[in-house]
Design a protein. Structure first.
Length: 115
């Protein structure tokens, strides 16, 4: 979904309703997680958007990304043995392209991302 940010305007990232879709079977590990995304646009060479995941566990291969957690709770584990991250509102995280992760979401997680 594209939700273009107009110049000198506000998008309420915590209130915007996202269309959720079930996580693909090959990525889903436990529970029935769903994800949704709203692309806000491309600014200064970066894609910016809102992403959400409902409770459950999924694996992913990350893009080069910085994000800010708006709401929810999750743990991100890394296949390479890097210490897991415990995420909550206000956390700013950087992930490296190609990193294999496992996301365990215990409370629907919403973030604003830049890739």
């Amino acid at each position: 979904m594209l939700l273009a940010v107009k110049p000198n305007a506000v998008v309420h990232a915590t209130a915007h309703r996202l269309e959720l879709e079930p996580v693909a079977a090959e990525q889903s590990i436990a529970g029935d997680p769903s994800t949704g995304v709203a692309e806000l646009g491309r600014f200064g060479g970066l894609d910016v958007g809102i992403w959400e995941m409902t409770p459950g566990v999924m694996r992913d291969v990350e893009a080069e990304e910085v994000f800010v957690v708006l709401s929810g709770a999750a743990t991100v584990e890394f296949a390479d043995g890097t210490a897991p991250l415990t995420l909550g509102p206000g956390d700013v995280v950087r992930l490296t392209a190609g990193t294999e992760t496992v996301w365990t979401v215990t409370e629907t997680l919403r973030k604003v991302y830049l890739t």
